[in-house]
Design a protein around this ligand. Sequence first.
Ligand SMILES: Cc1cc2nc3c(=O)[nH]c(=O)nc-3n(C[C@H](O)[C@H](O)[C@H](O)COP(=O)(O)OP(=O)(O)OC[C@H]3O[C@@H](n4cnc5c(N)ncnc54)[C@H](O)[C@@H]3O)c2cc1C
Ligand SMILES: *[C@@H]1O[C@H](CO)[C@@H](O)[C@H](O)[C@H]1NC(C)=O
Ligand SMILES: *[C@@H]1O[C@H](CO)[C@@H](O)[C@H](O)[C@H]1NC(C)=O
Ligand SMILES: *[C@@H]1O[C@H](CO)[C@@H](O)[C@H](O)[C@H]1NC(C)=O
Ligand SMILES: *[C@@H]1O[C@H](CO)[C@@H](O)[C@H](O)[C@H]1NC(C)=O
Ligand SMILES: *[C@@H]1O[C@H](CO)[C@@H](O)[C@H](O)[C@H]1NC(C)=O
Length: 622
Amino acid sequence: MIRHKEVLRSRFLCTPLVKMWATLSVLLVILPKIINSDPAVDFYKKVINENVAKVENYKLPKNNAEFINGSQATEIKDFGGYDFIIIGAGSAGSVLATRLSENENFKILLLEAGGDENDFSTIPSMWVNLQMSNINWGYLTTPQKNCCLGMKNRQCLEPRGKAIGGSSTINAIAYVRGNPEDYNKWDRLGNPGWSYKEVLPYFLKSENSQVDGDPGFHGKGGLWNIQYSLPPSELFSNFLQANKELGLEALDYNGYRQIGASKSQTNIKRGKRQSTGTAFLSYARERRNLNVITKTLVTEIIIDKKYKTAEGVVFIKDDQKFRANANLEVIVSAGAINSPQLLMLSGIGPKEHLEGIGIDLIADLPVGKNLLEHPMFPGLAFRTNYTVFAESLNEQIKSFLKGKGPLSTAVEAVAFMAGPDNIPSIEYIFMPQTGTPSAFDMFNFNQELENTYLAKINSTTDFNIFVVLLHQKSKGEIRLKSKDPIDFPEIDLNLFEKQEDVDTLIEGINFVIKLTKAQAFQDINATLIDIPICQEYEKYSKSFWNCAIRHMSMTMYHPCGTTAMGPNSTTAVVDNQLRVYGIEKLRVVDAGVMPSTVSGHLNAPTIMIAEKISDVIKATYN
Ligand SMILES: Cc1cc2nc3c(=O)[nH]c(=O)nc-3n(C[C@H](O)[C@H](O)[C@H](O)COP(=O)(O)OP(=O)(O)OC[C@H]3O[C@@H](n4cnc5c(N)ncnc54)[C@H](O)[C@@H]3O)c2cc1C
Ligand SMILES: *[C@@H]1O[C@H](CO)[C@@H](O)[C@H](O)[C@H]1NC(C)=O
Ligand SMILES: *[C@@H]1O[C@H](CO)[C@@H](O)[C@H](O)[C@H]1NC(C)=O
Ligand SMILES: *[C@@H]1O[C@H](CO)[C@@H](O)[C@H](O)[C@H]1NC(C)=O
Ligand SMILES: *[C@@H]1O[C@H](CO)[C@@H](O)[C@H](O)[C@H]1NC(C)=O
Ligand SMILES: *[C@@H]1O[C@H](CO)[C@@H](O)[C@H](O)[C@H]1NC(C)=O
């Protein structure tokens, strides 16, 4: 406006043409405000409405059918040679490709099954909707015996990102590293170099932190922006205050201490998602020594059987088959589900299983074993007498364009309950009411749970607290369904095989219920919403919770451990530099290498792993 005033005051004021121009430009600025149409708002409104509508009818795929024609091609075309071939542009792969391509002498090929990120995936609050789209691989677990009993066909969901950025493109953007002792344990398990003191610099390296956290624990000037989503929800202070009443102070959970409660530190920049594609790879993608190919399924790592050396990969692109050769290394960063699948398809895995499937064994390693997750109980919803005021979508988009508001938020607050040795045993996650109907139907709950439970939840009055088991004792497994790379792998979660895991989760549930009895929550009359299952047990008895947990629990989508790092190849797949035992020129770098899981969320640790190994690789070949 000021500019136009200046124009009007100018000495050209009298010429009719200028007068007309001035009036016109004033109108151009004012008019859209009068008819209330801001092109940017309209754009995002269209993006959100179109994509949310698609979710309704989306059917999860059953296999990799989009690559089926290519898999039947008989000719394998030569794609040339590279120093490094990285499989998967996810959290780890995007960071590796960015760091390795800093060395101009390295020629790098990065192969990604999915396509690019899109405008919808940059909106943090849409993370749940992304699971019902083609940027999720769309995995379901095998029908389960001890868990997921209340899910359709007893199958839990196990979403995985299928796009540049991988799972960091569909995740809930919480930045939670875990406890120093988690990493000290990796070191103690026989993995020198992975103690907290040694990995902390790599956490700091990636970070551009806007969080006013504990000094020495946060990086500035890195590629990856970390900040709080703002403003806090209306009930955030109730959550903090209730914790305080129980002796859990507000703190920086990525700092000195972890047992306490806090607003969650998130991967956003100006309100938009900071996937590893956006934060890292976008800087490297134009480099001439890096070739990024999307919509490409790697189906095999080519291994010389005599010399046990990785030579290259076979992949499908545009209905054709190609072979690329690796001069220095093949690096598998396909994630904790797909990396074991690809290794097994290539002859690296448990002898009996591969022979049973009809795959020639090259290395007998415990690939796919030791699957760890973070089991999560989503059944604690509370009715309040506080009704949240939900802004219109237009208003929400306006805030989003200013970098704040509900569209820029996914997880409001996290807190940790102490377990043995002061390592947290339970995390509880505060999900306040949003005022817009929640996407909770994506739990895969069966019809009964949907009708009797989900239907009761009111998004303007009810909040959830998710209870997470951080260190499960039960282990699952990834196996192959067949030797056909078009088939999905089999994911057997096997949660709660060990009763101890259920018992710890019950402690967490009881703690959270106690939390909601604190004054700060009683002020809004927080009351547990009835869970109408397991009626044969006395309500809220131990056996009731045991039953409810086995029916309703899902996971945080944190699979790891399936290509574990360790000193002994009877129980581990890679050594402490993430080199596959018994095979030259082959590394696995992703969440699968974690030998034990962390008291946090897996994205930041996975990125730390990629940062650290990038330095190891650079030092090796310099
Ligand atoms: C819905 C959801 C919510 C989550 N929320 C959080 C959170 O809030 N905070 C947090 O810290 N963590 C969260 N996580 C977990 C975290 O995002 C993952 O642990 C992390 O991204 C894993 O990184 P990765 O590199 O191991 O695998 P990924 O990021 O999954 O990368 C693997 C990549 O390889 C590609 N690929 C796989 N197979 C092939 C093949 N054969 N050929 C070519 N390409 C292939 C995939 O398409 C993918 O891009 C969440 C995960 C999900 C799914
Ligand atoms: C495979 O090829 C057939 C015949 O050309 C075509 O009709 C079909 O759509 C293709 N399938 C895929 C998944 O591309
Ligand atoms: C949800 O709660 C609000 C506030 O009490 C009420 O106005 C609304 O009708 C409720 N919605 C449903 C679907 O029950
Ligand atoms: C508190 O919640 C209970 C259970 O929903 C309800 O019966 C009661 O009327 C509420 N009290 C107030 C003061 O809102
Ligand atoms: C909500 O319920 C509490 C009692 O639990 C009561 O003290 C408070 O006044 C109620 N608030 C409203 C807005 O009704
Ligand atoms: C690895 O573990 C196996 C089984 O526990 C044991 O027999 C073997 O000696 C170990 N090897 C090394 C090198 O420690």
